[in-house]
Design a protein around this ligand. Structure first.
Ligand code: FMN
Length: 257
């Protein structure tokens, strides 16, 4: 008997459950810019460039980060459901929309499976105003350590001078956003967009505290190279990882962030 014949086939229901849980991942404007295909014991994750935001996401950076979130969720789901995922990123190179292969082999469910599954099912973006309570540094470093575990790089901004600089950048970005009607129109189009995608108006606070986050993302996407292109650029670089990557580190780094 060949090794192929003796390999345990992953039941279709398990495949479906893993993909369903992966689709619980956050995505920019809830565009869910991914597509899935199952081949044997392997799940293929594709970027869906038709769901890129042409005004806000010229290079597809946020699209790729969103797909990276789905890839992360797929792995957590697989481990919790008793499958060890082996991930190959960009198997067809940088010009392809095929972002990752997730090959599944049987394994004991992760010890914290119930907690992980609950977290995947219950997670959501919290857009409420931050309180004035300081977040303990240890908590922030803990979050950064978790990012590192997944191959991303996160750095808590604790130094007051750096924070002020970041705030100035955010302020400038807000000004640029406010001056671009295309961004506002695009954002509006994804509010109450559909039953399964888009952002429900009900979850957006009147004065959205996430405006600052939006703006910071815009700063990072507003380099000359970011604004010059008009279409999704397939990932090109697998070498570097960053939680908030610079405009010059596309590709796998975006997907890991
Ligand atoms: C790359 C990326 C960028 C995002 N940017 C913002 C943002 O600027 N402001 C915001 O409120 N939410 C942002 N989100 C969160 C999405 O709006 C949210 O994930 C989506 O609406 C789905 O909702 P859920 O996270 O509650 O499932 C972002 C998510 C991703 C993955």
């Amino acid at each position: 008997m060949t090794a192929q014949l003796t390999a345990t086939a992953v039941p279709p229901k398990s495949m479906r459950d893993i993909v369903d849980l992966a689709c619980r991942a956050p995505s920019v404007h809830n565009t869910q810019p991914w597509a899935w295909r199952v081949e044997g014991n392997t799940i293929e994750l594709y970027a869906d460039p038709r769901r890129r935001l042409p005004a806000a996401d010229t290079r597809g950076r946020n699209l790729t980060i969103s797909c990276g979130g789905a890839l992360h969720h797929a792995q957590v789901a697989a481990r919790a459901l008793g499958w060890e995922p082996t991930v190959t990123r960009l198997p067809k190179g940088s010009g392809s929309t095929l972002l990752a292969l997730i090959e599944l082999t049987p394994a004991p469910p992760s010890p914290d499976a119930a907690v992980q599954l609950q977290a995947l099912r219950e997670r959501c973006t919290d857009r409420r105003q931050f309180t004035s309570w300081p977040v303990p540094g240890a908590r922030l470093w803990g979050l950064a350590a978790t990012a590192t575990k997944w191959g991303a790089h996160a750095l808590p901004v604790l130094d007051p001078a750096t924070r002020v600089r970041a705030e100035i950048l955010v302020g400038r970005a807000l000004d640029r956003q406010a001056a671009d009607p295309r961004l506002a129109e695009e954002q509006q189009r994804w509010v109450d967009h559909g039953e399964r995608d888009g952002v429900p108006a009900a979850v957006i606070p009147e004065t959205s505290p996430s405006a600052a986050t939006n703006a910071l993302a815009t700063v990072l996407a507003c380099s000359p190279s970011a604004t010059s292109g008009g279409s999704w650029t397939p990932p090109t670089d697998c070498s570097s990882c960053a939680e908030v990557p610079t405009t010059s580190t596309p590709g796998c780094a975006w997907a890991r962030a």
